[in-house]
Design a protein around this ligand. Sequence first.
Ligand SMILES: O=P(O)(O)OC[C@H]1O[C@H](OP(=O)(O)OP(=O)(O)O)[C@H](O)[C@@H]1O
Ligand SMILES: Nc1nc2[nH]cnc2c(=O)[nH]1
Length: 190
Amino acid sequence: MLEVLQESLRKAPIVIRGEYPYFIHPISDGVPSLEPELLDEIADHMIDIAGTDYDRIVSIEAMGIPLATALSMKTGKPMSIVRKRQYGLKGEVVLSQSTGYSKGELYINGVSKGETVLVVDDVISTGGTLKALLPALENMGANICNVIVVISRGDGAAKMSDMGYNVNTLVKIDVDMNGVSILEVAGEQQ
Ligand SMILES: O=P(O)(O)OC[C@H]1O[C@H](OP(=O)(O)OP(=O)(O)O)[C@H](O)[C@@H]1O
Ligand SMILES: Nc1nc2[nH]cnc2c(=O)[nH]1
């Protein structure tokens, strides 16, 4: 299951940021090379989880964009990207994002009241981004049918579950200076 993703995670280099071992991976960073086989495998798996019964795919810049694009092309569903830049369009919604290493504003455009949306992203770590985004989408009148994040590192997904949001993750990982350890793979017994 998810063999291409697992293999790529095992090969992911680590750099130390402060004292934090930071993994570098095509899905979370777009470097060194994002292969179509990997996007294809992930998009197929997302369809297995969420089907295609939604109006719109919603994702977050920057690294949600290739995932949403691959899924959009497979499902024929439109996508809206939550941006870090303000456009000032009518109906734009602003929210504050806080992750482990950044704070800033996010801007939602293009999501209409009553739409059913699938939310996808590359990584969940502290959960700060989804903690801000999911209630904001609901306040806009969107119906969130599913949330799928490729890589889970840390306790963000558990925190979202405590808030009443089920976040499906494809792999749970741990990271130290020696590399990435895969703790859990979606659909596999451990
Ligand atoms: O669970 P959290 O702690 O909120 O972290 C998750 C967020 O962090 C990453 O984005 P980042 O803000 O680094 O932006 P990028 O995609 O532009 O690198 C990732 O794409 C998520 O959106
Ligand atoms: N690419 C990347 N994104 C992260 N988000 C939280 N931790 C990490 C990390 O180590 N690498």
